[in-house]
Design a binder for this molecule. Sequence first.
Ligand code: CU
Length: 262
Amino acid sequence: MSDPPRPMCDKRGLRTVRRELIPGKAEYVAFTPETPGAYYYRCTTYSGLCHATIFGQIIVTARRWARVMHSRSDRRGGGEVTQEHRVLRGIARALLSALAAGALVATGAMAAGMPVVHAAAHSADVTILGGKKGGGSMDFNGFQRGAMTVTVPVGWQVVMHFENADTPLPHSLAVMPAGAHQQVAPSGAPAFPGATTANFAAGLPKGGKQTFTFEASKAGTYDFVCGVPGHAVSGMWDSLVVSGTADAPSVTPPGAATISAQ
Ligand SMILES: [Cu+2]
């Protein structure tokens, strides 16, 4: 079993990202890859024979490099930290969670095929139509009362494309804590920053479209609901599962929503 190439190294003037991990506990770290190339993450503890073989690889692509640099210039201009940074933070969290959970325990097979994380593969686009059945129907994509479940891996960026397809009624969409559908007028912050359409209570008119983006940063089961008073309790809600074990987004029943991973 051969040792991996050296990681990003202070001697070369590059930053090394490092965290101590307590068994059974997740840790997080944020970093921004600034140069395309192949990098290695590895266990730096040497209290036993196996630690030196716990390693994997992160590929930073040239395309991502260009987009990150664009984001950096935005930030220097006084804008917010962008979705690109949120995605990259999510990748870092996923890696460290996997290490803490022992998911990357070293084996001979692992040394033969290191896990490779492609930064560009952590975004899911989900299309949701409100009132798809028309005529005042309280549904998302034709599904009511939790009959549709969208699943995304924890740490992924989720881009929700929402459109009100109904005939007479306004509709909206937000990801809320589980149980929010029991409120006549769902209120409070969405489960994740940014996980809501604007004018949540007033809703969008027929044909209105909005896209919002959020980072599915915490595993769990959530409601996505319409915020127009009376709609959620009338059935206009379904479920979002942020999974700590799934490695790709999905929907149940199959085909209930259009999902594409990037
Ligand atoms: Cu509605």
